[in-house]
Design a protein around this ligand. Structure first.
Ligand code: PLP
Length: 404
């Protein structure tokens, strides 16, 4: 596929009926719910908010009013937002075993030896491209439990090592992401391990929902950091849990209309293909899914995420590898007095798409469809820093990245 961007406008699903259908899901992402999650995260001793950067020079350069980038590379010293989901899910799981409400507990209380004594050795298992598994391994270690983390074929050694450094058992399989998820769920069933996966399937809903809720702390921070509602939010999607959690909260928090744009790599564009097909059911894409955007290399939408995203997404974009690299460079080498942001491949892809739309006349029609102009306030979440330093340097210093 040679097109830098391919895109599709969601005409199919923006119907009143769908919004009603999705309403029960939204109850999990009200301000009240999101505030409870944030309260729990803030009980972690070293908790710190991540910065929201305002890129005024870039906004002037491309012709929009404001650009904001939430920099999740600062999250818990783990270089990515994902730990927010893992730590909240483990917290909820342990609280449930203790027959307590998480609202009565702090992260520090869960670490007490009495808790471990009462619950024994719990083993958490998960599949990851790197960031989610590192978060689960970190949370398990902090709470005194064990983690077993499995990665798809082609995962970076550095990401594997980062997980091992958290004391977890970790290995790279010879399967793609979605097959590795099936494999770990089988291992969990056979051994009585607890699967902590950031995607949902029938009969496995509670933990993925906690993970989605966990992510919302970052958006709760954003709405406090912003003075006005954004007009546009660009969100990257792997299985879609992250993007759908953000949308579910923002839709309820702001009264103003927001234009949501979904971004995926060509190699794993299951949302794009689902919007293109235009049926109620999402579609999957398979194969090896080679992409530098490792966090987005998932070919099967999480069903709850699809229900939310098919209702609220205006445009779904599938992008070339080069577009993510452009996003990394634009963020890393800013103009004027804008702050430099170290954004990894999956973190920078949405800004790369936006920059391409604004600067490449070939995408004038998309710019018009999205009504991106001098009144727009555009929000991005840089979901990871340089989680694979070698790849980051290859791209930034040498202009090299594997082509698909
Ligand atoms: C850095 C980064 N950004 C975005 C995502 C996408 O999240 P989701 O799979 O929930 O769509 C991931 C997933 O692992 C990720 O690691």
């Amino acid at each position: 596929m040679n097109d830098k961007l391919i895109w599709i406008k969601n005409r199919q699903f923006q119907l009143q009926g769908n919004i009603k259908q999705v309403a029960p899901l939204l109850e999990n992402f009200t301000l009240d719910q999101v505030s409870r999650v944030e309260r729990f995260h803030r009980t972690y001793g070293q908790f710190e908010e991540t910065p929201l950067r305002k890129l005024d020079a870039l906004a002037r350069n491309v012709g929009v009013n404001q650009i904001f980038v939430k920099d999740e590379s600062y999250r818990f010293g783990l270089n990515a937002f994902k730990v927010l989901g893992g730590v909240y899910a483990l917290g909820q799981y342990v609280a449930k075993l203790l027959e307590k409400d998480i609202e009565e507990l702090s992260f520090e209380e869960l670490k007490l030896p009495e808790v471990k004594k009462q619950l024994g050795d719990l083993i958490f298992i998960s599949t990851t491209d790197g960031n989610h598994g590192r978060g689960v391994a970190w949370a398990a270690r902090e709470l005194g439990f064990k983690a077993r983390i499995y990665m798809p074929q082609g995962s970076a050694e550095e990401r594997l090592q980062n997980i091992k450094n958290e004391g977890a058992y970790a290995e790279i399989t010879n399967m793609n992401y979605d097959d590795t998820v099936r494999y770990t769920s089988q291992l969990a069933a056979e051994n009585g391990w607890i699967i902590v996966q950031d995607t949902m399937w029938e009969g496995y809903e509670e933990i993925p929902l906690w993970i989605m809720q966990g992510y919302t702390t970052l958006m709760k921070e954003v709405v406090n950091q912003l003075e006005e509602a954004p007009t546009h939010v660009f969100l990257q999607a792997g299985v879609g849990s992250f993007a759908s959690a953000m949308v579910a909260f923002l839709q309820q928090y702001y009264e103003q209309d927001i234009t949501y744009v979904l971004v995926e790599p060509h190699a794993a564009n299951c949302y794009y293909e689902s919007f293109k097909k235009g049926t109620e059911q999402s579609v999957n894409v398979g194969g090896a899914m080679h992409t530098i955007m490792a966090g987005l290399a998932c070919g099967e939408p999480s069903p709850v995420a699809w229900d939310i995203l098919k209702t609220y997404t205006q445009v779904s974009i599938s992008c070339e590898e080069e577009v993510a690299a452009t996003g990394m460079r634009v963020l890393g080498n800013p103009i004027g007095s804008d702050t430099s942001i170290i954004a990894g491949e999956s973190g920078a892809a949405p800004l790369g798409c936006f920059y391409t739309i604004m600067s490449d006349s070939e995408y004038q029609d998309l710019k018009e469809v999205l009504k991106l102009n001098t009144t727009s306030r555009v929000l991005f979440i840089s979901t990871e820093g340089d989680t694979d330093v070698n790849n980051y340097r290859d791209i930034m210093w040498h202009g090299k990245y594997p082509t698909t």
